[in-house]
Design a protein around this ligand. Structure first.
Ligand SMILES: [Zn+2]
Length: 229
């Protein structure tokens, strides 16, 4: 299978001969590779894909890339803040309805309790207010984790294993080729202790990592499709 990341890395100046097939890689010239890249839609995925594997080909600097991720994170953060504000209003309305009469009915009490529970759940899902200070470290850690994934020890990242005479999905990584990075390692990467990471940053980091990794994966797949086309 063609690894688009290794192909793209051939465009780096340190790659001595990129027009020579090696290790089962197809014989592709730099022009072929650049032409395939041109079919990958512009956007976050393409920028991350280039920033990690062919820095000279990235249109955005690392700083601009951080800015792009920041605006995507900002959209999600704003959505959370709006959902929280709506949950507060729902609770306020439930109280107001209950306050119209002289006594609160069981149904009104249930509505108040449900709205209060929904508000608490919303609060727990909101990212911390200190996010702007931590964001560069979170994004940098996510990019590094994508660039240096925790390869599965059983299949070495190939996602498949040979059982008998059959090529099957690797059972250890469930066909992903990589294993999740530990909380301890992620905490160290973003500069907090492990319990703070678990309590405060795990959801937020997970969201940023998935968003950036999915975009990069989509760009890599786009390049594979262009090379096949
Ligand atoms: Zn595996």
């Amino acid at each position: 299978m063609t690894d688009p990341r290794r192909l793209l890395a051939r465009l780096n100046p340190t790659a001595v001969r990129y027009d020579v097939g090696r290790g089962g890689m197809p014989d592709l010239t730099a022009q072929d590779i650049a032409a395939a890249l041109a079919f990958v839609p512009a956007g976050l995925g393409r920028e991350v894909f280039c920033a990690l594997w062919w820095p000279d080909g990235a249109r955005l600097s690392r700083r601009d890339l951080l800015g792009k991720v920041t605006s995507i994170v900002g959209e999600e953060w704003r959505r959370q803040a709006q959902a929280l504000a709506e949950a507060r209003i729902d609770l306020g309305i439930a109280h107001a309805i209950a306050g119209w009469g002289h006594h609160t009915s069981p149904e009104q009490r249930r509505n108040i309790d449900a709205a209060a529970r929904a508000l608490e759940a919303r609060k727990r899902r909101c990212w911390p207010s200190t996010l702007p200070d931590r964001l560069p470290a979170l994004v940098t850690a996510a990019l590094e984790e994508i660039a240096m994934p925790n390869l599965c020890a059983q299949c070495g990242g190939r996602a498949q294993a040979i059982v008998g005479a059959l090529l099957v999905k690797c059972s250890m990584c469930d066909g992903r080729g990589t294993l999740p990075v530990s909380d301890r390692k992620r905490a160290r990467a973003i500069g907090v202790d492990e319990s703070t990471y678990r309590e405060t940053w795990r959801d937020c980091y997970g969201w940023i990592y998935r968003t950036v990794a999915d975009a990069e994966q989509e760009a890599a797949q786009g390049m594979v499709s262009a090379l096949r086309g």
